[in-house]
Design a binder for this molecule. Structure first.
Ligand SMILES: CC(C)(COP(=O)(O)OP(=O)(O)OC[C@H]1O[C@@H](n2cnc3c(N)ncnc32)[C@H](O)[C@@H]1OP(=O)(O)O)[C@@H](O)C(=O)NCCC(=O)NCCS
Length: 139
């Protein structure tokens, strides 16, 4: 079941699509197997209804040694009116794995445009925040 009786698509269904889109982008960047290491919290700003067209725009925002942050913007489009709504944005971290299933280094990324540079910087800040959070949860 992907939606409730009122026709609202479940958040979990959308998250699955986000994970799929982001993993394709991560795998394409790493050219290796990848696993999802973390999914940041996500707010749904606007509902998605059965029949809406969904548009997922995924990009590599930031890369570290073996990990990559992928950002996914989700838009829902009413198929009749064409009205488009920004449903939410999610940030996911993937780790590239070698043939033995161990983390392996990923190719670098050089942000060029203003948007790419902004995404890179924001991704770097989120990564530091995530690492801090992980440390605090270990205590
Ligand atoms: C993700 C995973 C490979 C990390 O393994 P690990 O032994 O912790 O590896 P390391 O400590 O060497 O860390 C490897 C990288 O993962 C990152 N990482 C580890 N845990 C993370 C987390 N919870 N969130 C974000 N990044 C994380 C580290 O920062 C590091 O990044 P860097 O090399 O770019 O600096 C391991 O925890 C794992 O296999 N988890 C299960 C993944 C899974 O099953 N996902 C769901 C289905 S795909």
């Amino acid at each position: 079941m992907d939606a409730n009786v009122a026709g609202n698509v479940f958040g979990g269904t959308i998250l699955r699509l986000i994970d799929e889109a982001a993993s394709i982008v991560a795998r394409r960047h790493a050219r290796s197997n990848v696993v999802t290491a973390s999914i940041d919290s996500m707010d749904f700003h606007s509902p998605v209804y059965i029949g809406d067209f969904l548009r997922l725009i995924a990009s590599v925002n930031y890369v570290h040694r073996t990990s990559m942050e992928i950002g996914v913007r989700v838009e829902a489009e009413n198929p009749i009116t064409g009205e488009r709504r920004h449903t939410g944005t999610c940030y996911l971290t993937y780790v590239a794995l070698d043939k033995d299933g161990k983390p392996k280094p990923v190719p670098g990324l050089t942000p060029e445009t203003t948007d790419e540079k902004r995404r890179w910087e924001e991704g770097r800040i989120r990564r530091n925040f995530r690492l801090q959070n992980m440390e605090e949860h270990k205590k």
